[in-house]
Design a protein around this ligand. Structure first.
Ligand code: IPD
Length: 267
């Protein structure tokens, strides 16, 4: 039992079960959509339809397994928290929708259980590969059952950093300008395209740090717990426009300072 009397392990079992079923729907919906794109709908409609269908499935399954608990999701509004230490579920039905649209495999279903706004159990499932990233608060983070640990990087100039760009053109231009200054101070930059998995990549040591302005709660709720449980420094946005900053501890202060100097923190 966690400090608020929540059995994180039970929540994790449900998160995995539901996210795995949802991932299978996302994968098969994409296969069907390949035909639809050519025939009757626009590409964006196809992605939207898949997003909505996957979120609906998640909501149905959670209503069966955890009746009455609020669900915050990307496609339908819903609860943004539960009173008095209750559980709130946070779902991104397809994180990495642009990758999904193009057939790039870096996309995921992200499902987290939160208590008082803090994630206590999380499952991020990749439909294309079937990989399952999981964590419970205080119980560690795992990829397909293998314990995760962040990288041991200590020097920013030797660090691989990932980020993402906002959908709004004006904002992404400012982000790109700041990134241009950062590029000369790190080993390299990646823009993989799915925030939940970018956070998991920090947990696995596949990148040394990740940051992005403007994520929504459903983008980070799963991956941030997985990164934290793998030993990452995690700073979460205080508002929807805020900064998500997640790195291995050895470069945290240097990267934080660099983001200040390049102007990225004030975007
Ligand atoms: C997006 C992805 C992307 C990030 C965007 C998110 P979505 O989520 O995570 O990598 O850069 O900020 O909105 O729209 O594909 O669920």
């Amino acid at each position: 039992m966690g400090p608020v009397g929540v059995a994180e392990g039970d929540l994790l079992d449900i998160a995995i079960e539901v996210a795995v079923e949802a991932a299978e729907l996302a994968r098969t919906a994409r296969e069907a959509a390949i035909h639809d794109v050519d025939t009757k709908t626009s590409e964006t409609d196809v992605v939207t339809a898949a997003d909505v269908a996957v979120e609906r499935l998640v909501r149905e399954r959670l209503a069966e397994r955890r009746p009455g608990e609020p669900v915050l999701g990307e496609e339908e509004a819903g609860g943004s928290g539960a009173p008095g230490g209750g559980v709130c579920w946070v779902v991104d039905p397809i994180d990495g929708t642009v990758n999904y649209l193009y057939g790039l495999p870096w996309y995921a279903v992200s499902l987290a259980a939160q208590v008082d706004g803090e994630s206590v159990a999380a499952a991020v499932v990749e439909p294309a590969s079937g990989r399952r990233w999981t964590a419970t608060r205080g119980g560690g983070a795992f990829l397909d059952g293998r314990r995760l640990r962040v990288s041991s990087a200590t020097r920013l100039e030797l660090s691989l950093i990932s980020t993402g760009f906002a959908y709004r053109a004006e904002r992404r231009s400012r982000q790109a300008a700041a990134m241009a200054s950062l590029l000369g101070r790190v080993r390299d930059i990646r823009r993989p395209g799915a925030a939940s998995l970018d956070l998991c990549a920090v947990a696995a040591g596949w990148v040394d740090g990740y940051f992005e302005h403007g994520l929504h709660r459903w983008d980070w709720a799963g991956g941030a717990l997985i990164a934290a449980e793998a030993g990452a420094v995690v700073r979460l946005p205080e508002s929807e426009a805020g900064l998500t900053f997640v790195t291995t501890p050895g470069i945290a202060e240097e990267l934080w300072a660099a983001l200040g100097e390049t102007g990225y923190r004030d975007i």
